[in-house]
Ligand binder design. Structure first.
Ligand code: PLP
Length: 626
């Protein structure tokens, strides 16, 4: 557990069992677990191979419950006057099954949806049907977006249109006069406070969204003039996703609640205080202000909101507003993971090439051999390292000038690698290491080739160096013997995961892994992929979407779960069609070329038929490696 930090990043939802296998524990208090290996086996029986996304729906439900219950508890404890109305921001994971599950789990808490675009609003109107739940609308809006908001209001939904820029307000007032109905209006404030971390530019005075203080005053006057001030019910801000430091939250609440109270004082009949998203996830499990971590718990977050808001409202003599949060990441990150199988290993240091002395060999080869021989006797690792690097570089020049043969170059490269490996194994500990020698572990480590695409399944690890927890699924009671980076199967050298957290060694470019055994499938899980990663992936190399299973815990089942739904990943014909190809036409063209060869007699008719069948079956099959 310590090596992979499981108990620190998993929120109790994943554990290692006595047999060294990883299991999901959707209900952390009860120790019934679902072995991930069992899920893979069941998925295979249902025709779905790896890579595979596993969605644990109970985890989604559990997070929704946790947020709502904790708010309720803190509101009661603090004797706070308002209520909590959470909304789930659809953009964080728009999958229908995810949205449906969240709406269902949240219905008893009047938990609603947030939309940031017309398609998201279309889905919110269809799925957020509980009349007591809110629908909050963010993002830039056109007339149709606002007409949809009016439609929602007409059918009895609690719609809040959050004004991101002044012109939207004018459009909304115009349309509401035309249709005779006005939705609730919210105003997004442009805060001076910024979140800390990768998304800090969502806040601050240069943020893309929100009204300045003077625009807020003008908006109130505009609504007054048009006799629509009664609709202004909500104040909103969002200082960025994945807020790493609790201080930013405290500061935002301080600033936001003052704006709320001052708006009230100049006549805005506000009732709701919307703190946006930002509740972070401890991806690396360090409980710190690292970009991939947070230094607070969900309970700290909620207490700071409720307590901070109450204090300012009491000082300003303003009624406590209802509180809205738009947490998406924290609701969804834990519920899904990507399982991939290792399909091979790339290890350049394993080359066996004879470096035996030959009469008349180039002196650079002899010198490199001497460095190696001396290394065994002396302990001057740095000197050996310097000499070896210098000879290697000279040998490249010599080769380019044509005075070194191919075999001699191969010998120098082999000896160089042997020297580096020896230095890496010999240097006792960090105190003796220079920066170059410390880096050897990374540069000499191999790569495990994994059957997945980083760009599809873990795009933030490529785009913003987001750390995601990565853990082998089996042999976890066996100490791993090596370290490796994880390379994906795209034809892109950026297609890899090379940032991991090791509690003993800090951030490393390599993951501790077990030696591969002949005939054994070694599977690795990439965790906390349920927020953003699940839906932001792209089609690099036309790999497309991954096979998916939706799992529910079942205490009466011998394996503790059942697969409620399988969603096959992309077939080659799916992804080709998305790119405007016509798979039928492609099959026709290939068949015609095969027929021509059959007519010429270069392919036998029987073989021609099976080649056509093979091409067509490849069009129908999964894009990943089988
Ligand atoms: N609300 C708004 C306005 C956002 O822009 C975002 C995302 O950045 C969210 C909510 C969701 O934030 P998070 O996933 O950090 O909870």
């Amino acid at each position: 557990d310590r090596l992979y930090n499981v108990s620190k990043w998993s929120n109790g939802y994943f554990k290692i069992d006595e047999s060294g296998k990883l299991k999901a524990t959707p209900n952390p208090k009860k120790d019934v677990g679902i072995l991930i290996d069992d899920v893979i086996e069941d998925a295979k029986e249902q025709g779905l191979s790896l890579p595979l996304v596993i969605r644990f729906h109970d985890i989604l439900r559990s997070q929704v419950k946790l947020l709502n219950r904790t708010f309720q508890k803190v509101i009661d404890e603090e004797d706070y006057g308002g209520k909590f109305f959470g909304v789930y921001p659809v953009k964080v994971n728009q999958m229908r099954e995810v949205v449906e599950e969240i709406v269902d789990a949240g219905s008893r808490y009047n938990y609603g949806l947030e939309a940031g675009s017309k398609p998201e609003l279309l889905s919110a109107l269809a799925y957020n049907t509980n009349i007591d739940s809110l629908t909050v609308l963010n993002g830039y809006k056109d007339r149709d977006y606002l007409r949809l908001a009016i439609l929602g209001t007409k059918i009895g939904r609690k719609i809040f249109v959050v004004i991101e820029k002044f012109s939207e307000l004018k459009m909304l007032v115009e349309l509401s006069k035309e249709y005779g109905v006005i939705p609730n209006i919210g105003i997004r404030g442009r805060m001076t406070v910024k979140g800390r971390g990768k998304w800090e530019s969502s806040g601050g005075e240069k943020a893309k969204f929100g009204l300045t203080t003077s625009e807020i005053i003008l908006a109130i006057e505009y609504l007054k003039k048009h006799k629509k001030l009664g609709a202004l019910k909500l104040f909103h801000f969002h200082i960025g996703s994945q807020i790493t430091d609790i201080r930013s939250i405290k500061e935002a609440i301080e600033e936001g609640s003052r704006i709320y109270c001052k708006m009230q004082k100049i006549g805005a009949p506000l009732e709701y205080f919307d703190v946006g998203g930002g509740l972070g996830v401890d991806y690396d499990g360090t409980n710190s202000t690292n970009d991939s971590s947070i230094n607070y718990s969900i309970s700290d977050y909620i207490t700071d909101i409720v307590y901070g808001l109450k204090t300012v409202c009491d000082l300003e003599n303003v009624e406590h507003p209802h509180i809205i949060t738009e947490s998406g990441r924290a609701m969804t990150a834990h519920h899904s993971c990507v399982i991939t199988n290792i399909i091979g290993e790339i290890d350049n240091t394993k080359i066996e090439f004879s470096t035996k002395k030959k009469t008349g060999e180039h002196h650079l080869v002899t010198e490199m051999r001497q460095v190696k021989d001396l290394l065994d006797k002396s302990k001057n690792w740095q000197e050996a390292y310097n000499d070896s690097v210098k000879i290697k570089s000279d040998s490249i020049h010599a080769f380019k000038l044509g005075i070194l043969e191919l075999e001699e170059r191969a010998k120098i490269e082999t000896l160089h690698l042997q020297i580096l490996k020896q230095i890496n194994n010999l240097v006792p500990d960090e105190d003796f290491q220079t920066e170059q020698i410390a880096e050897l572990e990374n540069s000499l480590s191999g790569q495990y080739l994994c059957n997945f695409s980083v760009f599809q399944s873990a795009c933030d690890s490529w785009a913003i160096e987001q750390v995601l927890p990565v853990v082998p699924l089996t042999r976890l009671n066996e100490r791993p013997s090596k370290r490796s980076t994880l390379a994906d199967i795209t034809c892109d050298s950026d297609g890899k995961i090379d940032r991991f957290y090791d509690p003993d060694e800090g951030f490393k470019k390599t993951l501790s892994v077990h030696e591969l055994k002949e005939g054994e499938q070694y599977n690795i899980g990439i965790f906390l992929t349920g927020a953003y990663q699940d839906v932001m992936g792209d089609m690099h190399n036309l790999f497309g979407r991954v096979n998916e299973v939706h799992v529910y815990a079942d205490k009466h089942d011998p394996k503790g779960f059942y697969i409620e739904e399988t969603v096959p990943g992309s077939s080659a014909r799916n992804v080709l069609s998305t790119m405007q190809y016509n798979p039928e036409y492609m099959a026709f063209k290939v068949k015609r070329s095969i027929d021509k060869q059959v007519a010429r007699g270069t392919i036998r008719p029987r073989d021609g038929v099976s080649l056509v069948d093979f091409y067509e079956s490849c069009l129908k099959s999964y894009t990943y490696l089988s």
